[in-house]
Design a protein around this ligand. Structure first.
Ligand code: IMP
Length: 178
């Protein structure tokens, strides 16, 4: 059997494309209300949040600028190495900005905690966290995520930006390989 056997199987749909888009409408509406009269500095955490980010920001009506950051903690494994590294940093100074960080999934929470501490030190006017997915059972330390798309159980998911061994990010839904 090939090592990339997973590419020949259709993943089981956990969250459909329609449900994702509906939830993104709700999150974007909430952001539009809460940031009325303000500007937003939206930070996308690459690569996993890229699809989610693109869909949310297209619905944001307040003035918005984008920055991109990349972290690594997983390599090719399904479990986090626990060591978070900054691979790409935001270029624009964040002092005085209303920052919203967009992440694909909060598992142990180590990545987002690391990012939060890093960005807080740059004195933004405010900072909020938005994650498409959240695995509450896996959280290692308390972390307040302001906007959550969906809570899921402790299973490895892929699609809609999330990968398995670098593949399957382009699926329009969130799925599971059984
Ligand atoms: P944390 O630091 O353990 O919260 O993990 C955050 C990062 O791990 C995410 O940004 C993802 O890139 C990756 N990750 C965690 N769980 C999954 C999963 O179920 N599928 C795909 N990637 C995941």
């Amino acid at each position: 059997m090939s090592e990339k056997d997973f590419l020949t199987k259709e993943p089981r749909v956990l969250i459909s494309a329609e449900k994702i888009q509906q939830r993104i409408d709700e999150i974007a509406n909430q952001i539009n209300k809460e940031y009325e009269g303000k500007e937003v500095m939206a930070i996308c955490i690459l690569k996993g949040a890229s699809l989610f980010f693109a869909d949310v920001i297209r619905r944001i009506k307040v003035p918005l600028r984008c920055e991109f950051m990349a972290m690594s903690s997983y390599g090719n494994e399904k479990k986090s190495s626990g060591e978070v590294k900054l691979v790409l940093d935001a270029k624009y100074p964040l002092e005085g900005q209303n920052v919203i960080v967009f992440e694909d999934i909060v598992d142990s929470g180590l990545t987002l905690t690391y990012i939060l501490n890093l960005l807080k030190a740059r004195n933004p006017a405010s900072i909020r966290l938005c994650s498409l997915l959240f695995k509450p059972e896996c959280l290692k330390k308390p972390l307040e995520v302001d906007y959550i798309g969906f809570e899921i159980g402790n299973e490895f998911v892929l699609g809609y930006g999330l990968d398995y061994e670098g593949y399957l990010r382009g699926l329009p839904y969130v799925g599971v390989l059984d």
